[in-house]
Ligand binder design. Structure first.
Ligand SMILES: Cc1cc2nc3c(=O)[nH]c(=O)nc-3n(C[C@H](O)[C@H](O)[C@H](O)COP(=O)(O)OP(=O)(O)OC[C@H]3O[C@@H](n4cnc5c(N)ncnc54)[C@H](O)[C@@H]3O)c2cc1C
Length: 601
């Protein structure tokens, strides 16, 4: 044992085999030497350690990583829910009623940061039986899905939607009502009737608020914010070889990164729920917040679970083009085109007449495709939406938020064009589940945007996703409450092994790769596809995959490298499944295959 010669430093340092152990304020810290020049005299080494330690206090220093030697934890929950959007929280509230055991909701940032909070339009449900009925909603959904939706899933969502709405209201979510006390219903593209419940133009924020209040006040639900799920645990972690053909793969919980210790803890569960939301953030521009990196889909795919329909990515035609704000990019509502907004090239030329007789009022996917094509032909990074011909006061009155937002970046929309571009918006595919929300892996359910219930088929009908999450949360809650008693915690699961890994000092590698994934996906796997572009994406992603897996094995897991891995995995899945679909269908549009070509075979 060596002690500092400086009496003010009340520390002692143990030195053995390249590692120093430093007791400090009641904790023992491990100081791993990295790249210390050979033959460094012990005294100078020792002083460097002390100085660096005191100066930077537990942060990375040039030659050493400093980390507490606290042990990893194992925690047990009967119901482990990964994700705190509408899917995860409504499931938690439902199982909490059954008093069947401990429940945890894990989310990678705060409880509120979720796609759910961004939803603007509303939530679809047949509530006015005087003019509407379930058959009409079912038919509208089938048409939007380009006739490849799973009819049973569609019926389940549509017929149970009114109950889902009632539950949301019971949990404290408010929807706007008319003077006569009935829901104020909107109509959106693709719906044959007025059936969209809403809360002003921030329905998602209201749902998130209501559910968060209910979850926080429920003593049976433990909320773990800033906890990042790294992998789900299966037989693979017990040393069993698991392949895509292995029957009865089981989920025993998840490995979760603890923000306080930087360690990966083991969370054992009897039932695990994947509710990790969408994948928009793997594209260069998206309406989704940064959290939407497809983590759940990637984790389940790596665990050899079934993932389906990933080629169906919905793009919103018009977000504000602003390179400083891409995740999420600011949505320019389609109502602006309804109001009379005209799409133009930056030189003022109109172009929609080349694509659809309804011009700028054509449906979302046609407009998105037309903009994408014009951008590619002219090498542009955006086109423009023009409302300068409209009465300025009326524009400000109808779109006060858009007016203010654009003004904040120096654009007065009453006098100047709004720069817009399409952006990734919604993932129709995901973890394949049955009518009970069960995935192909036993004890693992998937809910919300990360799941593929079959409801959306080739394209999502507006406002059908929030209600899908609520209805499937109910089905999964009922099923898992019935099943949970037959499952035991698996006590043989080993701790996460990060022996021999080091702290990653090269953050720039990850930041650059994240950018590259976005560029690859937006350029080659975007709105209009071809086999050539998809193959090019595949090759580029493959290279990134190899590099990232190599890095992942060498460094301690952090949120950024885990997300990068997931983004590459999800990018690969979208690309591969797009290549496999040899037709244009729904949201998957390719110049190489005719619409519905597979029907003719
Ligand atoms: C701008 C916008 C407008 C929309 N408008 C509508 C609309 O009007 N109507 C409609 O029906 N739908 C709309 N949608 C779609 C809808 O909002 C989403 O599909 C839905 O909210 C998804 O809910 P979710 O619970 O599945 O996921 P989310 O709400 O995205 O929640 C995901 C959760 O998973 C957590 N998570 C992710 N990865 C990890 C990890 N590795 N570890 C721990 N936690 C993790 C996140 O922290 C988050 O808590 C819109 C979406 C956007 C972006």
């Amino acid at each position: 044992m060596k002690t500092s010669s400086d009496p003010r430093r009340r520390v002692a340092c143990y030195w053995a085999m390249g590692t120093a152990w430093l007791p400090f304020q009641g904790e023992i810290y491990k100081l791993s030497c990295v790249r210390v020049p050979p033959n460094t005299p012990f005294d100078s080494l020792f002083l460097i350690i002390i100085n660096e330690f005191e100066n930077k206090c537990l942060t990375l220093c040039r030659n050493f990583t400093i980390e507490p030697t606290c042990r990893v934890m194992t925690r047990k929950f009967d119901f482990l829910i990964i994700g705190s959007g509408v899917a995860g929280m409504s499931y938690a509230l439902k199982v909490a009623r059954a008093k069947k055991g401990k429940i945890a909701i894990v989310c990678k940032t705060t409880l509120e940061e979720a796609n759910t909070a961004k939803a603007q339009g509303g939530i679809a449900s047949v509530t006015n039986l005087l003019v509407d009925n379930f058959e009409k909603h079912i038919e509208d959904t089938m048409i939007a899905g380009d006739f490849i939706s799973d009819r049973e899933a569609v019926e389940q969502v549509v017929r149970n939607a009114p109950d889902g709405i009632r539950e949301l209201v019971q949990w404290g979510v408010n929807f706007d009502k008319n003077d006569d006390g009935k829901f104020d219903l909107h109509k959106e593209g693709g719906h044959s009737e007025f059936r969209i419940l809403h809360h002003a133009d921030d329905t998602g924020a209201e749902i998130q608020r209501g559910l968060m209040a209910a979850v926080r006040s429920n003593p049976d639900i433990e909320v773990l914010e800033h906890h990042f799920a790294v992998e789900i645990i299966t037989q693979h972690h017990l040393g069993v070889r698991v392949t895509r053909r292995t029957p009865d793969i089981e989920c025993y919980g998840a490995y979760i990164l603890n923000p306080e210790t930087g360690k990966v803890d083991t969370y054992l569960s009897r039932v695990t729920i994947m509710a990790t939301g969408g994948t928009g953030a793997i594209y260069a521009t998206t309406s989704n917040p940064n959290i939407a990196t497809g983590d759940g889909i990637a984790m389940v795919y790596r665990a050899k679970g079934k993932v389906q329909d990933m080629e169906f990515v919905q793009f919103h035609p018009t977000v504000l083009f602003n390179p400083k704000e891409t995740h999420p990019a600011y949505l320019i509502t389609e109502a602006m085109r309804g109001y009379g907004g005209i799409l133009r090239l930056p030189n003022g030329e109109e172009f929609m007449q080349k694509y659809d007789e309804r011009l700028s009022l054509a449906p979302r996917d046609i407009v998105a495709r037309a903009i994408d094509k014009e951008m590619k032909i002219h090498g542009l990074d955006h086109v423009c939406l023009d409302v300068t011909h409209k009465d300025p006061e009326e524009t400000k009155h109808h779109f006060p938020n858009i007016y203010a937002k654009c003004l904040s970046i120096g654009i007065d929309i009453t006098k100047e064009y709004i720069p817009v571009c399409p952006s990734a918006h919604y993932m129709c595919g995901g973890i394949k589940v049955n009518l009970d929300g069960q995935s192909s892996i036993r004890r693992l359910y998937a809910l919300g945007e990360c799941s593929c219930t079959g409801l959306h088929g080739g394209n999502r009908l507006a406002s059908n996703s929030l209600i899908e999450a609520v209805v499937y949360a109910d089905a999964a809650a009922k099923h898992s409450i019935e099943e949970v008693d037959q499952y035991e915690f698996n006590e043989d699961v080993p701790e996460w092994n990060d022996e021999g890994t080091m702290t990653n000092e090269e953050k720039v590698l990850i930041a650059q790769d994240v950018k590259e994934v976005g560029q690859i996906m937006s350029t080659y796997v975007g709105i209009v596809r071809s086999d050539l572009r998809l193959h090019r994406a595949w090759e580029r992603l493959d290279l990134l995959y190899e590099e990232t897996e190599h890095l992942f094995k060498r460094v301690k897991p952090t949120r950024d490298i885990c997300e990068l891995r997931n983004m590459i995995n999800v990018g690969y899945l979208i690309t591969r499944q797009a290549l496999e679909r040899k037709e244009s269908r729904g949201l998957h549009f390719t110049v190489d295959y005719a619409p519905h070509a597979l029907d003719k075979k």
